[in-house]
Design a protein around this ligand. Structure first.
Ligand SMILES: Cc1ncc(COP(=O)(O)O)c(C=O)c1O
Length: 342
């Protein structure tokens, strides 16, 4: 298959639809209208998540630098959105992609990747030393790379083209609000989104206080490792992209709060989003009474809710894992997030 010329990717083709996502006002969450609260809807990227930006930037830069060419085999470990974003970009550029997933990857995400032509390989056992699937996936990437001669590992956890993609994400939010982004709430896994946004804030001396939103059970900000049910945010390893000064504060959110937040957003704001967006919303809820009146708060919603219909939005799944939970219109608990200052 011949590869489209690089110039074809600019202003043409599906990849040109990545970015410039809507920033919408959340009318029902504000504290007596004292706060202006906005959501950056990354689900509106064509592949359905914020990771479209990272995937495109990594592949496009690697093509431009000559690090990869038409015959390169791309091999990555991803349990979800990055795999879909890469599958989209690799399909567009005519590149072969092998994505290593684990049992936590939803069937829907596997099907999405395969629909774009990606070869999906499922790891069934965690790494024997760490007990982690993430490590087992990375081990498999390394094995495949040693066997496939012309191969390339985007390595989303350490690739600076992952984080630099999000200078643009922050630029868009700042442009929409005349540079007055007072508070930013952003979920973390590879820390690409957080790092890119934080770098832009610093470089442009924006007055933005950055809240990183992590999962309870994730180790990124020094938390204790524990089982997590909701995919997307959080990590079992500290990613190389992480730096201690990226966020002013970190808020860790439980799986249950992700569910409550998502369901509240679906029923109150009519926005159907994924688990990390529920976490971001609950983190905002947790601190909103401490925020300066009149300020602009931006919540980055990383992906769409359709990918969580069998979990977060399934009454049966929720009851199995959490028992009876409050109806979305009931008051949201203020005690369930853990806040740490860095
Ligand atoms: C749904 C969702 N939210 C948040 C994140 C975290 O983004 P990042 O890897 O940029 O830290 C991811 C990453 O894959 C994700 O899939």
């Amino acid at each position: 298959m011949s590869m489209p010329k690089l110039s074809d990717s600019v202003g043409a083709g599906i990849l040109s639809a990545i970015g410039s996502t809507p920033l919408v006002r959340l009318a029902k969450v504000a504290r007596d209208d004292e706060l202006n609260v906005f959501a950056k809807l990354e689900a509106l990227n064509p592949g359905g998540s914020v990771k479209d930006r990272s995937a495109f930037n990594i592949i496009n830069k690697a093509l431009k630098s000559g690090a990869i060419g038409p015959d390169t085999v791309i091999i990555e470990s991803s349990s979800g959105n990055m795999g879909v974003g890469l599958a989209q970009a690799c399909s567009y550029f005519g590149l072969r992609l092998i994505c290593i997933v684990d049992p936590k990857t939803t069937l829907q995400n596997i099907r999405l990747m395969e629909a774009y032509g990606c070869e999906v390989e499922l790891i069934t056992e965690p790494d024997q030393i760490t007990g982690e699937f993430l490590q087992a996936r990375i081990n498999r990437v390394k094995t495949l790379r040693s066997r496939i001669k012309n191969s390339y590992w985007p390595d989303q956890y350490s690739n600076l083209d992952n984080s630099s993609a999000h200078h643009q994400t922050m630029r868009e939010m700042a442009a929409s609000l005349d540079s007055k982004v007072d508070y930013l709430f952003c979920a973390t896994s590879t820390c690409g989104t957080l790092r890119g946004c934080a770098e832009y804030v610093r470089q442009h001396k924006l007055p933005t206080k950055v809240y990183a939103v992590d999962a309870v059970g994730s180790v990124i900000f020094g938390g204790k490792k524990a089982q997590r049910l909701i995919p997307g945010h959080g990590a079992a390893l500290v990613p190389p992209l992480f730096q201690t000064d990226l966020a002013d504060e970190c808020i860790q959110v439980t799986d249950l709060d992700c569910v409550v937040g998502c369901r509240w957003l679906a029923r109150q704001e009519a926005i159907l989003v994924g688990g990390s967006s529920g976490a971001v919303f609950m983190a905002f809820e947790h601190v909103k009474d401490q925020l300066e009146p009149g300020s602009n708060c931006v919540l980055v919603f990383a992906d769409r809710g359709e990918r969580y219909l069998d979990t977060i939005y399934s009454d049966v799944w929720v009851k199995d894992h959490f028992g009876q939970i409050p109806a979305p219109w009931q008051t949201i608990s203020e005690e369930s997030c853990l806040t740490a200052t860095y």
